[in-house]
Design a protein around this ligand. Structure first.
Ligand SMILES: NC(=O)c1ccc[n+]([C@@H]2O[C@H](COP(=O)([O-])OP(=O)(O)OC[C@H]3O[C@@H](n4cnc5c(N)ncnc54)[C@H](O)[C@@H]3O)[C@@H](O)[C@H]2O)c1
Length: 442
């Protein structure tokens, strides 16, 4: 079809993305000899940090990096995390101690969301480059602090938007770059979290907006980043609504967490954490240090985030988006349409559902006054639709060849995606539209 030789081939460049990665990995005051492995540290030794940015790295990148330290505010989890990664580096309970004693060249931030900004600023202020999990920040005050620290220290931040690197999402970008849709006019984007994955946010710290920024920020930052990137535009204004329909106080009964719960026989959300060895090691066996309950009740009354969210976002290019995020659906995936003056691109992504599907992701292009065509997607394996491995290669293997639009996302992308979510959260709370320029200038 028309995209066999997409724009990617024309715009291949050796190092746009890799240049940023190389800068991050080399740092300004390299402690390592030329050609030596980079001194790398992990902050936040939970499931994501020790997986994607821990044990997921060693088999692939042992020749280019070494772990010089790990840190977590929970000392038991720091140690459990070190064991899970399988390295012999020291562990610490504060980022200051880690920076002072381990002297990393690069820090990976994978803490709870609310702590990202503080860790990023502290690392940058010590002249250390930062790779951070999304969301980069959870509010506009944190955003200003991070951007100021990046500027005053002339260091780099990479925000690990792995969704961009899934082949299906790259294919959507290529179709848009081809111009086949004409002038882009609107986006319909509905993301469905199911009763397993969606419920998990309400079990954990994500249920508190002061820790996650709400799902508008924690989860939707992925989706808003994709749209910013696909459209090559910035959000300008957001109007949003958010409701709690299913979890928290809306539940029929509640307890502290699943293990001792008297309702476990009847609760459809009961989770037996003891059947998941990784979670037992990282969370159950480390509870004594911080009291954190990884199998928390999804009906706890302190839940202060929405489970049903709708927004309209206006973009700098004139495109408007209707967006929704629902977190107790019978299936997981999304439905997306991008509408232009010359046609419509439709995507149905099936991640998990109680019915058979022919294909995990279907992309169709229908031209106005024309036919519908199916767009083929390259096969991918691995986490997040194949995005995780491709992102890690780009970060840790400087010189990896990519099209320029796959350059590593930096602080600006991190900021613009968070700002959409922060504006949506504020709009849903205030009942008023929120202009991005009122929150920050990026
Ligand atoms: N890109 C993705 O697809 C993806 C997927 C999952 C998680 N994540 C992100 O990864 C991060 C970690 O998620 P998780 O599921 O592993 O959470 P988690 O709760 O399992 O781990 C977070 C860890 O951070 C520690 N921590 C909190 N504050 C700290 C601080 N100031 N200094 C050091 N450690 C601190 C906690 O004790 C905990 O061990 C989150 O920001 C999340 O948004 C991203």
């Amino acid at each position: 079809m028309a995209f066999e030789e997409p724009v990617t081939r024309r715009t291949f460049m050796a190092v746009t993305g890799a240049a940023a990665a190389a800068t991050v990995l080399q740092g300004s005051e390299s402690l390592a000899a030329p050609g030596a492995r980079r001194r790398y540290a992990l902050v936040g030794t939970g499931i994501r940090g020790t997986g994607m940015w821990g044990k997921g790295l060693l088999p692939r990148y042992a020749d280019v990096l070494e772990f010089v330290g790990m840190c977590d505010v929970n000392p038991l989890r720091a140690e459990a995390g070190r064991k899970r990664v399988g390295v012999d580096c020291p562990t610490y309970t504060s980022i200051e101690e880690l920076l002072d004693k381990a002297r990393p060249e690069v820090v990976m931030v994978a803490t709870v969301d609310a702590a990202h900004a503080d860790c990023i600023v502290k690392a940058l202020d010590r002249g250390v480059d930062v790779i951070t999990e999304k969301p980069m920040v959870i509010d506009e005050k944190q955003l200003q602090a991070v951007l100021a620290a990046e500027k005053r220290n002339h260091k780099n931040i990479v925000v690990t938007f792995n969704y961009r690197y899934a082949p299906k999402h790259q294919k959507i970008k290529e179709v848009l770059l081809s111009g086949v849709l004409g002038k882009l006019a609107s986006v319909d984007f509905s993301w469905y979290l199911d009763t397993s994955h969606g419920a998990d946010y309400f079990r954990r710290w994500h249920r508190l907006k002061e820790k996650s920024g709400s799902l508008w920020v924690h989860k939707a930052t992925h989706h808003f980043d994709l749209v910013n990137w696909w459209l090559d535009a910035d959000p300008v204004e957001v109007r949003a609504f958010g409701e709690l329909n299913n979890y928290g106080v809306k539940g029929p009964f509640r307890h502290t967490h699943c293990r001792p719960c008297p309702h476990k026989a009847v609760c459809p959300y009961y989770m037996d954490i003891m059947k998941q060895p990784d979670l037992v090691q990282l969370y159950v066996k480390t509870e004594a240090a911080d009291g954190y309950l990884r199998d928390g009740c999804v009906f706890r009354e302190d839940i202060n985030i929405s489970d049903t969210m709708n927004a309209v976002v206006k973009y700098s290019s004139g495109v408007n988006m209707s967006y929704s995020l629902n977190s107790f659906m019978p299936f997981e995936g999304y439905r997306l349409a991008i509408n232009g003056t010359k046609g419509r691109l439709e995507i149905r992504d099936f991640e998990r559902q109680p019915f058979a599907v022919a294909q995990e992701t279907e992309i169709h292009l229908t031209k106005n006054f024309g036919r519908r065509e199916k767009i083929e997607i390259p096969q991918a394996t691995g986490g997040h639709g194949g995005g995780d491995d491709r992102l890690r290669d780009l970060i840790f293997r400087p010189g990896t060849r990519v099209p320029d639009y796959l350059a590593l996302p930096g602080s600006r992308a991190g900021a613009m995606s968070c700002l959409t979510g922060i504006a949506a959260r504020q709009s849903a709370e205030s009942g008023k539209p929120v202009k991005i320029a009122e929150l920050a200038t990026v």
